[in-house]
Each structure stands twice: as C-alpha cells, then as structure tokens.
Design a binder for this molecule. Structure first.
Ligand SMILES: CC(C)(COP(=O)(O)OP(=O)(O)OC[C@H]1O[C@@H](n2cnc3c(N)ncnc32)[C@H](O)[C@@H]1OP(=O)(O)O)[C@@H](O)C(=O)NCCC(=O)NCCS
Length: 188
C-alpha cells in the first residue's frame, strides 16, 4: 500500500536512509552537487524541524519519495525552498508529483506565500513536475528555477490537508494490518 504523510523528527533515520539509496546521479540532481554518505548524514542531522516541512511517500512501509520545504522566517519571511527526491525504481510512477501536490497544500496552509525550486537544466523530469505545479520556469547558468506565489489558505485548502491527514492515518493502519503476520492458531 502507498501512504503519503507528513514526516516527523522520528522519521529522520528513514529520511537519511532514503537519501542514501539515491544513485550518484540522483544525489547530484537533488542537491545540485556531489554528496558523500557522510555529507548526507550531516545534512540530515542539520535539519531544523522548526522551519522544515516534509511530506513522504511510503511504499509497503518503506520511505521512497520525499518533498522537503525549507523556510527561514527571519531571513525570508513567508518564503521557502522546495526539493524533491524519489528513489530509483520508483521514479516516473507519479510519486514525485504526489509529494509535491501535498507539500504545496501544506505550505499554503502555513501562510508561506512564495516558493522557489531549483534544479539542473538536464533534469527534464523535475522540470515537468515544476511546470505542472509552479508554471513557467526561468533558466540560467545550468540551473532552472521555478517560482510560485501561493494564495492565502481557504476552507478548501484546509479541508484538503485534513483529508490528506485522515487518509494517511487510515492507510497507515491498513498497511500495518496487511503487513502483520497471520496470528498463531489459539491453543486448544
Ligand atoms: C525528479 C524526480 C523528483 C521526479 O519524480 P518522479 O516520481 O519520477 O516524477 P513523476 O512520475 O511524478 O512525474 C514525472 C513527470 O516527468 C515527465 N517525464 C518523464 N521523463 C521525462 C523526460 N525525459 N522529459 C520530459 N518529461 C519527462 C513525466 O511524463 C511526468 O510528467 P506528467 O506527470 O505531466 O506526465 C525524481 O526523478 C528524482 O527524485 N530524481 C532525482 C532527484 C532530483 O532530481 N530531484 C529534483 C531536485 S529538486
């Protein structure tokens, strides 16, 4: 079963392991530069959960895709930067779009008004998603930037997030039951 949900600080190791499973090319695309295993572990340790929102996609209980939104309220009030990662073997199946759609709803509901996403010019797949959700892209010096001005939250966006949260809870429970081994036959 596929479960989308907000990531919590207790998911930090799962996020680190997800990033470590990215191929060298995907790591380069995700961070717009090389990252060793140690650098990825350090990056995860450095996450400030007060200013970071993440949505993950769990496939059969394993974290396979994440949208990460970083904000810096003191430096850029009301603004944030987005990044998405989907593991090899799970790409091109809609998971990147799935986490992206959900993180945009969450950002909007937290009154984040301006979002930016930067990816490499060669990253056609990310550009397809960015174009779908953010609109026109700007290209410069080997990088492509997507920007979006989010509207204020409204009843629909709040309801959407509540529905996403409720669906995540129900799917998470069903997933656990499905994965549970058959109970031992009761002793006579
Ligand atoms: C980029 C990435 C996040 C995309 O996630 P994904 O789950 O594979 O993407 P989706 O399946 O949701 O959508 C892919 C879109 O790209 C399109 N696409 C696929 N290959 C393409 C190509 N060669 N050229 C143009 N578009 C392409 C698909 O048609 C689809 O668009 P659609 O939904 O309008 O049909 C994922 O491949 C990834 O994690 N790559 C490595 C890390 C990375 O590049 N991160 C981005 C940095 S912010």
């Amino acid at each position: 079963m596929t479960v989308y949900r907000k990531l919590l600080p207790t998911d930090l190791n799962a996020y680190r392991d997800h990033l470590l499973r990215l191929s060298a090319n995907d790591r380069y695309a995700r961070f717009c530069g090389f990252k060793t295993d140690e650098a990825i572990a350090g990056y995860c340790r450095g996450i400030d959960w007060r200013f970071t929102i993440m949505v993950g996609c769990f496939v059969r209980g394993e974290l396979r895709a994440v949208a990460e939104l970083r904000t810096e309220p003191k430096v850029w009030p009301g603004a944030g930067e987005l990044a998405v990662s989907v593991e090899p073997g799970f790409q091109n199946q809609g998971f990147g779009s799935g986490v992206m759609r959900r993180i945009l709803t969450m950002a909007r509901n937290r009154a984040i008004r301006r979002l930016v996403l930067i990816c490499l010019t060669s990253n056609r797949r990310m550009q397809a998603i960015a174009r779908k959700f953010l609109g026109d892209l700007e290209s410069d010096c080997g990088e492509v930037t997507g920007r979006i001005q989010l509207p204020w939250p409204d009843q629909v966006s709040l309801l959407q997030e509540a529905l996403d949260g409720g669906t995540a809870m129900v799917n998470g429970m069903l997933d656990q039951w499905q994965g549970a081994p058959d109970p031992e036959p009761a002793a006579a």
